[in-house]
Design a protein around this ligand. Structure first.
Ligand SMILES: Cc1ncc(COP(=O)(O)O)c(C=O)c1O
Length: 398
């Protein structure tokens, strides 16, 4: 089909939920995607932090093909080899002892919220159900995760939201402490906010949050859906802060594009779940977990966290180099390959579309932030090709 025919079909039959760029991709390989007219694009967005291994990585293709030919689904009524193996791999490489698999980031976060409330209920404190999150956070689109999300624009049309969520400004320990009540059961934080515009929490803040949670008997939940799995140059975002959460969630990059989410927790809290307390039909099925196992093993074996750290630094240095001569760049921030470029003018969408025309996929957050979330396999070559093109685009927009 031609692009205009696909667009027409989409406009007629698909719900009008996305403002899409006028491109349809046909195939991908490594750092590149090709559209249906054969034009090649360098992917600096990785399907919004999902295609961690780039496109069509042989380890992932082989794992999915092999598993699909053997067993795709069987339900959680039976034991699943790769579900157990992927849970083990996550636990052995993190502070979690146990894992539950869902199908998305929002669903993993729903699980985290349920687990935190259940934990206190089973301890004899059923009224301890309030959750504090951060302003500008993003935790998902379900009703409870929307309530957790600290951005009114996502919430405003869907009231009443799940009650007893409150958000406070990032990196403000006093505001957090003031929000705590005897009924606070959890503080839920993205170590580095993604959808809010790439906003890292500070080291001191995170240390203080952990201390506060310990003092007041509050669970600490980290939403690592976007910043986890090597994205920031370490396997988990929390490892930048010498602080461990009681619960954390994963999704996006975990199975490299196959839908999966993970709720990960220390044993003392995970053990609140007993048969019947939580569940999912698709969550953790043989195909999703085999894909997840292939991706996480590859991230670890091919040292992609280290590449993310090195290439992230190179990308930030290159962008900061541009900033010196280009007043359009107000700030470059982030960690590893999670990079936000704040522009001096509200032209992020136009800059994004110009990058697309020039064959580079980038993201924009709001009016003035360009976001780069490339596959963890990126090399200097792709960065060196992007920087002069980006520089020209910014100069023309300035
Ligand atoms: C930090 C964070 N949490 C949760 C979500 C929701 O994930 P999903 O879209 O898979 O439900 C996102 C999605 O962007 C995210 O960035």
């Amino acid at each position: 089909m031609r692009l205009n025919e696909i667009v027409e079909l989409d406009k007629k039959y698909y719900m009008n939920t996305f403002s899409r760029a006028p491109v349809c991709f046909e195939r991908g390989e490594g750092m590149y995607l090709w559209d249906i007219d054969g034009k090649r694009y360098t992917d600096l967005l990785a399907g919004i932090a999902v295609s961690a291994l780039g496109h069509s990585h042989p380890a992932l293709v082989q794992a999915i093909s092999d598993q699909a030919s053997k067993l795709i689904h069987c339900s959680n009524l039976y034991y699943i080899e790769y579900q157990a193996k992927l849970a083990q791999l996550i636990a052995e490489n993190s502070c979690a002892d146990r894992v539950f698999f869902a199908n998305s980031g929002a669903e993993a976060n729903e699980g985290a919220i349920k687990l935190a409330r259940l934990y206190y209920r089973k301890k004899g404190y059923p009224e301890k159900y309030e959750i504090i999150t951060l302003e500008k956070s993003f935790h998902g689109r379900t009703l409870a995760t929307l309530a957790a999300t600290g951005q009114a624009k996502y919430q405003k049309n869907y009231s009443p939201l799940t009650p007893k969520f409150q958000s406070v400004p990032i990196n403000d320990p006093e505001a957090l402490e003031k929000a705590v009540t005897p009924n606070t059961c959890a503080v839920m934080i993205e170590p580095i906010q993604g959808e809010g515009g790439v906003n890292p929490t500070t080291y001191e803040y995170m240390r203080g949050v952990r201390e506060l949670c310990d003092q007041k008997d509050i669970l600490l939940i980290f939403d690592e859906v976007q910043c986890g799995l090597g994205r920031t140059g370490k396997l988990f975002g929390y490892q930048h802060y010498d602080v461990e959460p009681d619960i954390f969630t994963l999704a996006k990059g975990l199975a490299g594009g196959f839908p999966i989410g993970a709720l990960c927790a220390r044993d003392f809290v995970a053990s609140a779940f007993e048969p019947g307390d939580h569940g999912s039909t698709f969550g953790g099925n043989p195909l999703a977990c085999r894909a997840g196992y292939a991706v996480l093993s590859t991230i670890l074996n091919e040292k992609l966290c280290e590449n993310s750290e090195r290439m992230g630094q190179y990308l930030m240095d290159s962008l900061n180099g541009l900033k010196k001569d280009n007043p359009m760049i107000r700030e470059v921030r982030g960690k590893g390959l999670m990079v936000g470029i704040e522009l001096a003018k509200p032209v992020a969408k136009a800059v994004n579309m110009k990058c697309l025309e020039q064959g580079f996929l980038v993201g924009n957050v709001g009016d003035s932030i360009i976001r780069l979330l490339p596959p963890l396999i990126i090399t200097k070559k792709e960065i060196d090709e992007f920087i002069p093109v980006f520089s020209d685009i910014l100069s023309n927009e300035g």
